[in-house]
Design a protein around this ligand. Sequence first.
Ligand code: HEM
Length: 403
Amino acid sequence: MSQPALRVRSLDLSDPATFVENDIHEFWREVRAEYPVYWHEATDRNPGFWVVSRYADIQSLYQDPSLSSARGNVLDVVLRGDDSAGGSMLAVTDAPHHRKLRSLMFRAFTPRVLGKVVEQVKERTTELVSTVIGRDAFDFAADVAEQIPMNTICDLLSIPFADRAQLLKWNKMALSSGEADSTELDALSARNEIVFYFMELAQERRDKPGDDVISMLATSTVEGRSLEVDEIAVNCYSLILGGDETSRISAICAVLALIENPEQWRALQAGEVSLDSAVEEVIRWATPGIHLARTAAQDLEIRGSKVRRGDIVTLWNVSANNDEAVFDEPRRFTLSRSPNKHLSFGHGPHYCLGAFLGRAELRALLDALAAAVGRMELRGTPSPIYSNFLTGYETLPVHFARR
Ligand code: HEM
């Protein structure tokens, strides 16, 4: 394998600044064409890792059992060492335990079981949208997008209404370790509070089960034994980790993309594109999680490159979702795009467990917007997320006129 050109080597993919300071799509175009699999050199802070950028390679590696998730599935975590939830939280567990845990959790995620939760999502979203229409300016991120995913997950877990504000507060603290007024320690203690909260709830529901995900986990067995309360708790927390920010970012991205592409907004309002295909394009366009990380459990070869056991391998969904070998004019936001087999939900054994719910949330949003909103305008500059894993915006100042 040839050494990548200096301008490719000089972009540090472990540094959040890289993703706000560069035209990252231009970078990936060059990488896909010239260096589809390359070794990202170590820096003074981090060890090196493999970078895989073509759709076909990424799709096949997601199914390759020689790549493990048990040390973590996000670059920052695997660079630092092991994921403390490895082997007990679904996303960072390998087969065969993963398969058994997943089939248990999947019971709570079938469209039939989720019917009631989806109805609540529709009602909540329509109500939220109706409250912001006509306001001079508001932050769509805080006033609408942020309100949907956590409440949906709370519905799914039957979190008592009295506890929700506290849980939302902890979750905000857990997410804001990079911000000026909070520390890494605050974030860590908030994460611990969430896990303790779920442990207590797991114990209560084991004694007095209902028809929610926690009760189901608390009363089932995997490989002949009941799950420990801490295993139940991390898997409940994993629904927040997996389903909160990803859905929120996608909703924010949807509104911004519709403002930037008024002809697509008109087509949606006029019912000229199906909601289902619109949802898929929004999720491809957003690609909230730009990469996933794995660790080689044995030596393997990727497109002629020799990967050694223990090496970190990163799979860049953001590049796969814009691979011109698969998507026609990938940098055009086209709500009617078909086929649209994006990798935003991953692929293979760890394919997103909440995909149906994530789609339902966006569907409810697009439906509510198309039904009630006329003109949408930006009223300020959105602030970008600072991360090497998530992409999108934290704030979105806008005005919605009544239809
Ligand atoms: C897994 C993305 C919504 C729960 C994943 C993975 C991706 C993803 C890429 C694969 C991780 C890997 O292979 O290592 C998204 C996106 C969403 C979304 C883009 C919204 C647009 C949700 C929701 C929930 C959820 C709403 C739950 C309420 C999970 C869980 C896993 C997962 C539990 C682990 C599955 C496993 O390892 O078997 N998600 N997700 N996600 N997601 Fe989502």
